[in-house]
Ligand binder design. Structure first.
Ligand code: AMP
Length: 283
């Protein structure tokens, strides 16, 4: 495994990589969810690159950029064990040179859900992902369904700008008790963590109701909200049931694939999770 700490170093190493090159962009503090992405890339690509960069542009002014957890030695050990070949740890001044005045904005999908609660967040994501694609020039890039809206925004970005990369999505990795893995889980107190299980429990209850035939959008959202509102430390940002493609909020009967997603705060920690509800094919 080789580590590049500048764009020029990475480009030099990249020239020796056999195609196809698989790429996993991350903000570090890696866990088994990231590991699954790297291992998937390993199983499908001749070479695997991972980037570790906590991107300030995707954090709001009152968010956790400064205290976002960091553990470079642990991250490198995980990358090595998962089979990564190239690591890019770019310096801030290279990703955002003084006087940077260009941003990438994906319209349409970004005004709702995370975009509505975190203004500018997806401009930060789209800009850094575009820059990383330009540096890494991967054949395929791997993203987690845990960040469901991000995945849709990146697919739109790639389509709209003709970026020559295939986007591969990977299932959400969870703790055995259901909690979706997140670098931010370390912020949770034991009490908050116990109450945070209501997120996956609520999603599961709604999923079970859906499988049993419940199709009313509000009833499905209500099942999730009831579960979470029973937790005294939980503060809901949103519980949404939206068209899985357009992300338009659904009212009435759910007829096609729907994204059931949520964001919930426990103190200063904000967690997200989701499932896709797919009606069985007719016939
Ligand atoms: P992050 O480091 O949070 O920016 O995440 C980097 C990549 O890992 C993104 O594509 C995430 O969607 C993905 N990821 C984060 N958590 C999980 C998880 N629990 N399961 C699967 N993928 C994940």
């Amino acid at each position: 495994m080789q580590i590049a700490r500048t764009i020029a170093e990475f480009r030099a190493l990249r020239r020796g990589a056999r195609p196809p090159l698989g790429f996993v962009p991350t903000m570090g503090y890696l866990h088994a969810g990231h590991r699954a992405l790297i291992e998937r890339a390993r199983s499908e690509c001749a070479a695997v690159a991972v980037s570790i960069f906590v991107n300030p542009m995707q954090f709001g002014p009152n968010e956790d950029f400064e205290r976002y957890p960091r553990d470079e030695p642990g991250d490198l050990a995980l990358c090595e064990a998962a089979g990564a070949d190239l690591i890019l740890i770019p310096p801030l001044h290279e990703m955002y040179p003084a006087g940077t005045s260009t941003a990438v904005r994906v319209g349409g999908l970004t005004g709702v859900l995370e975009g509505a609660h975190r203004p500018g967040h997806f401009d930060g994501v789209a800009t850094i992902v575009t820059k990383l694609f330009n540096v890494v020039t991967p054949d395929r890039s791997y993203f987690g369904r845990k960040d469901a809206q991000q995945l849709r925004v990146i697919r739109r970005l790639v389509r709209d700008l003709d970026l020559p990369v295939e986007i591969v999505d990977c299932a959400t990795v969870r703790e055995p008790d259901g909690l979706a893995l997140s670098s931010r889980n370390v912020y949770l107190s034991p009490e908050e963590r116990a109450q945070a299980l209501s997120l996956s429990r609520g999603l599961r209850r709604a999923e079970e109701a859906f499988v049993a035939g419940e199709r009313d959008a509000e009833a499905l959202r209500r099942l999730v909200r009831d579960e979470i509102e029973a937790q005294p430390l939980a503060r809901i940002d949103y519980v949404s049931l939206a068209d899985s493609e357009s992300l338009a909020e659904l009212e009435g009967r759910v007829g096609g694939p729907a994204l059931l997603s949520l964001a919930v705060r426990f103190g200063g920690t904000r967690l997200i999770d989701n499932v896709v509800l797919e009606p069985p094919a007719a016939g």
